[in-house]
Design a protein around this ligand. Structure first.
Ligand code: GDP
Ligand code: MN
Length: 390
């Protein structure tokens, strides 16, 4: 799960990491009030969307007075911001963060993430922070330093000092950098993060180290341990179908194709997508209903496929083990009672209670094309979609 900068900044505060004073606002009026509450300007107004690269896309504005802050916020609220990370459709700006603007002397980059290959949390840092970090990574990778963190020792003072030296910090700056790194690391571990990133970590005119931007991504599988963080979720930033799928605890990811897939098991789901592709079709989604789905969950999954305007055909590919084929059939019929099935529906049921499942489907009155096996099902789905188009 991703959260907004203003929420990540609040977490930074809780872990003793210095961030600029500020408040989020959803209207121009609120932005003006937030600025007045901060005292004298200048202020920085930043769009709050789940994307980086806001600065380059015009999502970071400066204002001298509270009136100007309100006006600038009014200009960006409601607009669609297109950044390098959003794709061409962009993101609608529903909220801004109004902070006291700092005089930034130097910009650094610091992050913590999990390196799967090393099986460690790593700290990545660079003296060339700011909006050009991607270019630095490509053109001057020697300016980016990586350090593995031992899970038993945690991020040690020694390591943080070493990193501080690599960044060229003065003694006084290192004194601030060490607890800052430790605060970020504690946050990373305690809240089950997948990424904590500060870019830029700014040194201001008085020599203070301040996190001028805050980014925190969380491990969805650990969210149940952190209700305070789960409450930070912003469904406006998510794909609506993926939000709906998460209500049913389904593994669903929307894709660009036109054949909706409902499969049990992640491996079979991926194989199904591959075989559709090799038959000349294109999957509209990855969907694993899991091993112990109820009819209600299956109905939810099928409704999500039916509600997708991209979907021109559906392929249900089930290999029943613990998952029973009759449960799948019940769920499909239940969903089809509420939503009309206007697209070709190909079903392959194999394994536990396959015969019972087929019987439920054939008695339902639904127009179903039965498939012998997976390859046959994929071929039929692709052919029917093509025929429906012609
Ligand atoms: P991003 O582009 O989405 O990463 O958004 P950031 O929050 O990092 O802002 C983009 C850039 O704006 C930063 O790299 C800074 O150079 C600049 N910036 C952000 N806040 C301040 C501030 O308070 N004062 C000054 N002078 N610059 C800022
Ligand atoms: Mn940034």
């Amino acid at each position: 799960m991703k959260i907004h900068e203003y929420q990540a900044a609040e977490l930074f505060r809780r872990y003793g990491v210095r961030v600029p004073e500020g408040k989020d606002a959803a209207t121009a009026q609120e932005a003006g009030q937030a600025a007045r509450a901060l005292g004298a300007g200048p202020y920085v107004i930043k769009v709050q969307v789940h994307s980086g690269g806001r600065g380059k896309a015009g999502g970071v504005k400066f204002a001298e007075t509270a009136e100007e802050a309100a006006q600038k916020a009014g200009e960006i609220l409601g607009m669609t911001l297109v950044t390098k990370q959003t794709g061409p459709q962009g993101r609608v700006v529903r909220r801004v963060l109004v902070s006291r603007a700092m005089k930034i002397a130097r910009e650094y980059y610091v992050s913590l993430t999990v390196d799967g290959a090393r099986e460690r949390v790593v700290m990545i840092a660079s003296p060339a922070g700011g909006m050009e970090i991607e270019e630095t990574a490509k053109e001057a990778p020697e300016k980016i330093h990586t350090m593995e963190i031992d899970p038993y020792l945690g991020l040690t003072v020694y390591q943080a000092r070493e990193m501080g030296k690599k960044l060229g910090f003065s003694q006084d700056e290192i004194k601030q950098f060490v607890p800052l790194c430790q605060g970020l690391y504690r946050l990373f571990v305690e809240k089950d993060c997948s990424l904590v990133e500060v870019n830029p970590l700014a040194v201001d005119a008085e020599g203070n180290l301040v996190a001028a931007d805050a980014k925190v991504n969380l491990d969805d599988n650990a969210l149940f341990r952190h209700p305070d963080i789960a409450a930070m979720r912003d469904v406006n930033e998510e794909e609506p179908r993926e939000t709906e799928a998460s209500k049913y605890d389904l593994n669903y990811i929307g894709l660009d194709g036109n054949i909706g897939c409902m499969v049990n098991g992640a491996g079979l789901a991926m194989a199904t997508m591959d075989i559709i592709q090799s038959c000349g079709g294109s999957p509209a989604n990855f969907l694993d209903v899991g091993g112990s789905a109820t009819a209600e969950k299956v109905a939810g999954a099928f409704s999500i496929l039916l509600s997708d305007a991209k979907v021109e055909g559906i392929f249900i590919n089930i290999f029943g083990g613990i998952m029973r084929c009759d449960i799948i059939a019940e769920g499909v019929v239940e969903a089809a009672r509420k939503l009309e099935v206007k697209v070709p529906l190909v079903v392959r049921l194999e394994g536990t209670n396959a015969e019972a499942g087929k019987k439920i489907l054939s008695e339902s009155g639904l127009n179903i094309t039965a498939a012998e096996d997976m390859a046959d099902g994929a071929r039929k789905a692709c052919r029917l979609v093509k025929e429906a188009r012609a």
